[in-house]
Design a protein around this ligand. Structure first.
Ligand SMILES: [Zn+2]
Length: 73
C-alpha cells in the first residue's frame, strides 16, 4: 500500500527534524504546488513544491530532502 502522505508535509517534517524550523519561533509555510499536483483535484500532493518557511528569524526555502536552498535573490 502506497503511503498517503502529502509530499510537502514530508519535506516540512524533514526540515523540522533538521532544526530548520524551530520550536521556539513562529513559522508560516508557503507551499507553491506544480500545476499537475494531485492536490489540485482534492488528492495528495505528488509534485515538487516550492516551500518557503517564514520565521521571525528570516525566510528559508527547503529542497526535496528538507535541506536549505540557497537564496537566489
Ligand atoms: Zn503538490
Amino acid at each position: 500500500m502506497k503511503d498517503k502522505v502529502h509530499e510537502y508535509l514530508k519535506r516540512i517534517d524533514k526540515a523540522y527534524s533538521l532544526g530548520l524550523i524551530g520550536k521556539d519561533c513562529l513559522s508560516h509555510a508557503i507551499i507553491a504546488h506544480d500545476d499537475y499536483c494531485e492536490i489540485n483535484q482534492n488528492g495528495y500532493c505528488n509534485c515538487d513544491p516550492d516551500i518557503t518557511i517564514k520565521t521571525d528569524k528570516g525566510d528559508v526555502k527547503i529542497d526535496s530532502s528538507g535541506h536549505l536552498l540557497e537564496d537566489k535573490s
